[in-house]
Structures are given as structure tokens and as C-alpha cells.
Design a protein around this ligand. Structure first.
Ligand code: GLU
Length: 580
């Protein structure tokens, strides 16, 4: 039987034994092996014999020995607490029958690029629209050129992120291009006596409203208000001198909801808007523009996080004044993710400017751009979001959850390659012929083809690279098996060079003598490579030259290392680490 099959049996026998207190069950191992290589059914008898032999051998080892072997040869099987991902579907939306068409929207402020947490509102809004043959709107909420300053390049970055997620929007709006519409509705509100211009000093206003008392401006007549509103439009007031307020209950339990601001003046000669420059100085607040647009754009279902619940109260006043019905609103609970599920925009931006991060796609950041660069597949993000759904309660998540989904997507497609980091030279003596290893690009997918590593033998000697950690292993244990090649015994070692003798060829011999399995590369068959790890540190090494068939953007698995994505290959091959 092929070595790769024996390795597979060893792998599952060890895993099964280690999981169940040190004793593997042949049946379980047969099941695993056949699931991965159904073609072996044809030689079931032979396979069963081999499995029995290997299981017996594994069962004779101590749990510690089993762990050690797993760690050395199949570290990927020791991934912490692997969660078995479940792919879920969304529960139905409420009151769909009341509407002729479901309309949802995603409404980002282009003052930053998107981060992982925002994918939740995007996927839910998009997928629900698709589920009901509805419409999904992308709306840029960019009406605060002062405190939440939109940046031109982020509009495109956001579009790119949403496209990458695989969500196509049916309509797009940019609020800064809709100011005349907002002015028109402001006038209607004033005419209805539901909004008033206010020129009170903000401190005085705050004191009054906190005490549940109206400010003097609240009593202005409609005519007086219209006159002042026109003056606001005509640049009569400067920044901070006048606002338009919406009338609310003066006793509203949330003081910040009382008499909320619908428009304020922003001096765009000093703070120009990236799209409309200094054309306007009178800007609607997020509360006004967002609330109004949901109605004007016929949004039927709003899906957003619970943190927007307090803005809902403001919107409800607007809808009451206009006599409109508020859309169905779903506010999902927070999710807690270690390391920046939510991130501070301003702090991150500062850190990028200071050079502490490489950019928005620095692997330490939880931005979509970073996850994309690292090889996380959008479908994994979607599946994780569907798992959590629209739950109201808080959920704790870990990045490992996401990686488990991702691994399931990339594992069947990823080509296997040898990458030797921190390479150390190993000379093997005593070789009487040329060797070559033909290894599958994927252990259970022969259709993906083979890769060949030719070992040039000159004067009975081969020159190889092995990882510095494996060099340590060889020093500690004295013997190792070079995967798919032969077994060697150490004879000499110095800091940068190991010298070993050919010991034997077969895998059985390596197992009998308990040799760890390590990977290797012929010194003349590799190219220089670098892996950017998730903490942004860089690992230098060499990758087998069979990597020339890998395209930029592909995710591959470096054996005994983890999944990586090819980022660029201009001279140096640069990969980004995805996960174990
Ligand atoms: N512009 C808001 C945001 O940045 C939209 C909130 C909502 O969905 O209503 O998230």
C-alpha cells in the first residue's frame, strides 16, 4: 500500500486513540479512512489488515507518546476545541405579507472601511431581500462632514467589501446628493408645527430640556420658524448658531431624545464635504436623514444592531408627525469577539497614520479587508452570521468559530505544499541512488495531481532544508522520517548544519522506531518565501518550487504549518497566514 495511505491510517489511529483515552478502535479508523478515500473499498481486506496492525501499534503507546507523535507529525489535528460548524438558514421575517415587496437596506457611514461586525447587517439585510425576491439598497449616510467626516476612498472600499461578501445591491443612494429632498421635508415639518428653529445657547437649552421645560424657541409661530429656516438656508447663521429641532415629549425618559436636532450648520468652507464640497452648510443629522429615507425608499424591514434602539425613539416622532408607519425593525443583540469585534475608528486611524499598522488590511485588524487578505472566505463569514442569525441576546464568539467554517471551505480545495521556515541545512550521507518523492497535491484528491520533489544525490550525499524546529526534533530524537522519502539518523550537528546518515527507506521502519515525521525540501528546488502571520510578524523560509502553479489569491496548505493565502510573488513569494 502507498505510503500516503499508511500515513492516513496512522493519522486517524492516533487521533482516535488520543481522543478516547489512548485506545483507538479499528472500526472508527476504517470509517474515517474510507470516508476520505472511498476508492479503497476495492481493497477493503488489505486495508483492514493494515489498520489492525497500526491500531495495535498505536494502542501499545502511552497517551503521552501518542500526543507527542500527533504534535510532531499531524499538528493540525490538535487544533483547540474544534467546533463542528452547522450551516443554518434564516428564520422568516415578521409581517412579510403586509408588504407587496420586501425592501431592506444597508446604510454605512463612509467615514471608515467596513469591519467584520458590519458584515452581519449586510448579510442579513441582503439575504432576506433575496429570500423574499425583494430589493436590497446600499445607502451611504454621509451627512456629517465635521465629526464623522466621510472620505472619498472609503465609498469605493465599502462597495468593494460588499461585493467581496457576494452581496449585490439593487439600488444605491448617497445622502449628500439628496439635501434638497431633506430641506423639502424639513419645511413640511415646520409647516405642520412639528419642528422649530432654535437659536438658544446649547447650555441653556440643555438645562431647560433636562428639567422637562421648553426653550423659548419652541413657542415661535410657523411663520417665524419659516423665516428663520430660510435664513439658515441663506447662510445668515454661522456654525453652532442655529438648529432645527423636532418636537418630542418633553418628559421622554431618555433626555437625549427630547427635542432632538434634525439640522445643524457645518462650516463647509472649513470642512468641505468630499462629494459636494462647500455647496451646503445646512446638514441633516443621521437621525433625520436615516429615518426619513427609510420611508422615502419604501424600506419594509430594518435590520440593525441593538445599539440603534435609542435612535428608534427619535425616528418614531418623525413618523408620528408625518403620519407614516414605521417599517418592521429588527435589532439583533451584540456579539462579543475578542480582539476587536468592535473597534474604535479614530484610534485605529491614528495608529495607521503613526505606522503602527500596515494599513486597513493589516492582519491584526478585524476589517473585512484584512480578513480578505488573510484568505478568509466570505462564505465562512456568511455561515457564521447565519448561525447567530437575528438573536436578540448577546452572543460570545471566537475567531476559531470563523476559522472552523473557513477551514471546511478551503480544506477540500487547498493544494498542499512544503514550506520550510527558518531553514536549516541537512546533509544526508550514504545514499546509493537518486530519489524522488511524488506527493499528492491533496491527500484525498488524486484528481488534483502530484507534485514531484527530486533529490539530487552527489557523492552519495543529498542537501536538504528542514525547519529549525524540526532540526531540534532531530537532535532530540536522533532519528526522523523525511515524509515520503526515507529515514535518517543524526551523526553531527552544529548551529547551521545537520549531518545525518541514511537509515532506512520504509515507513514501517520509521513507525517501528517511533520516528517523528517531518517535511523537507531539496535545496535546489525551492524559492524564498515569507509568511505574514496574524500578529503581523513575518516568518522567512523557502517553499517548494511547485508553488509556481499557485495563483495570487489562492489559499494553500503548508503541511504541518497551516493554511495561507498567496499575496504576491514579485521576486519574493509572500503569503498571509489564514489559520491552522
Ligand atoms: N448609518 C448608520 C450606521 O452607520 C445606520 C444605522 C441603521 O442601520 O439605521 O450604522
Amino acid at each position: 500500500m502507498e505510503e500516503s495511505i499508511k500515513i492516513l491510517v496512522w493519522k486517524y489511529a492516533l487521533q482516535n486513540a488520543y481522543r478516547y483515552g489512548g485506545k483507538a478502535q479499528s472500526k472508527a479508523v476504517i470509517g474515517k479512512v474510507l470516508a476520505e478515500k472511498p476508492e479503497l473499498r476495492a481493497v477493503a481486506k488489505e486495508l483492514a489488515n493494515i489498520i489492525q496492525q497500526i491500531v495495535d501499534e498505536v494502542n501499545r503507546m502511552s497517551l503521552e507518546e501518542q500526543r507527542k507523535l500527533l504534535e510532531d507529525s499531524f499538528p493540525e489535528l490538535l487544533v483547540e476545541k474544534e467546533v463542528e460548524p452547522v450551516v443554518k438558514t434564516l428564520p422568516p421575517l415578521p409581517n412579510v405579507d403586509k408588504y407587496s415587496k420586501v425592501v431592506t437596506r444597508y446604510a454605512p457611514n463612509p467615514d471608515f472601511v467596513l469591519h467584520f461586525g458590519q458584515a452581519r447587517a449586510i448579510y442579513l439585510s441582503h439575504d432576506y431581500a433575496r429570500m423574499y425576491n425583494g430589493i436590497f439598497i446600499l445607502r451611504f449616510e454621509d451627512t456629517d462632514p465635521k465629526n464623522k467626516k466621510p472620505v472619498l476612498e472609503y465609498y469605493d472600499a465599502i462597495r468593494e467589501d460588499i461585493e467581496w461578501l457576494g452581496c449585490k445591491w439593487d439600488k444605491e443612494y448617497i445622502q449628500s446628493l439628496r439635501l434638497p429632498i431633506y430641506y423639502e421635508y424639513a419645511r413640511k415639518l415646520i409647516e405642520a408645527g412639528a419642528a422649530y428653529t432654535c437659536t438658544c445657547n446649547p447650555e441653556t437649552f440643555k438645562k431647560l430640556v433636562s428639567a422637562g421645560k421648553p426653550c423659548p424657541c419652541r413657542g415661535l409661530t410657523v411663520e417665524e420658524n419659516l423665516e428663520k429656516w430660510d435664513k439658515m438656508l441663506e447662510h445668515f447663521y454661522g456654525e453652532g448658531e442655529a438648529v432645527l429641532r423636532v418636537k418630542t415629549d418633553l418628559q421622554h425618559k431618555n433626555v437625549s431624545v427630547r427635542e432632538w436636532v434634525a439640522f445643524r450648520i457645518i462650516d463647509t468652507s472649513r470642512e468641505p464635504h468630499p462629494i459636494v464640497g462647500d455647496k451646503y452648510i445646512l446638514w441633516p443629522t443621521y437621525h433625520f436623514a436615516n429615518g426619513l429615507d427609510d420611508h422615502l425608499m419604501d424600506v419594509t424591514h430594518i435590520i440593525r444592531g441593538k445599539e440603534f434602539l435609542s435612535t428608534l425613539d427619535r425616528h418614531l416622532y418623525l413618523y408620528k408627525h408625518f403620519g407614516w408607519k414605521y417599517p418592521e425593525a429588527i435589532h439583533y443583540g451584540r456579539w462579543l469577539l475578542p480582539r476587536g469585534g468592535a473597534m474604535s475608528k479614530s484610534k485605529t486611524l491614528k495608529a495607521i497614520k503613526a505606522g503602527l499598522f500596515k494599513g486597513f488590511d493589516d492582519p491584526r485588524l478585524p476589517t473585512l479587508a484584512a480578513l480578505r487578505r488573510r484568505g478568509v472566505q466570505p462564505e465562512a463569514i456568511r455561515q457564521m452570521i447565519l448561525e447567530v442569525g437575528i438573536k436578540q441576546s448577546e452572543v460570545s464568539l471566537s475567531w476559531d468559530n470563523l476559522y472552523a467554517y473557513n477551514r471546511r471551505i478551503v480544506e477540500p480545495k487547498a493544494k498542499r505544499l512544503f514550506f520550510v521556515h527558518n531553514p536549516v541545512k541537512l546533509l544526508v550521507y550514504g545514499l546509493s541512488k537518486q530519489y524522488e518523492a511524488n506527493i499528492r497535491f491533496h491527500p484525498s484528491k488524486p484528481e488534483m495531481g502530484f507534485r514531484m520533489l527530486k533529490v539530487k544525490v552527489e557523492n552519495s550525499t543529498a542537501s536538504l532544508f528542514i525547519c529549525s524546529e524540526d532540526a531540534k526534533l532531530l537532535k532530540d530524537r536522533g532519528m526522523v522520517r523525511l515524509m515520503e522519502l526515507f529515514n535518517v539518523k543524526l551523526v553531527m550537528s552544529s548551529e547551521n548544519l545537520l549531518e545525518a546518515m541514511f537509515h532506512s527507506e520504509t515507513y514501517e521502519e520509521a513507525r517501528r522506531l517511533n520516528m517523528p515525521l517531518i517535511h523537507w525540501l531539496p535545496v535546489d528546488q525551492c524559492v524564498k518565501a515569507k509568511v505574514v502571520m496574524s500578529d503581523a510578524t513575518e516568518l522567512e523560509g523557502v517553499v517548494e518550487n511547485n508553488c509556481t502553479i499557485v495563483k495570487v489569491g489562492d489559499v494553500v496548505q503548508f503541511e504541518r504549518f497551516g493554511f495561507v493565502k498567496l499575496d504576491s510573488k514579485d521576486g519574493y513569494w509572500i503569503f498571509y497566514y489564514t489559520h491552522k
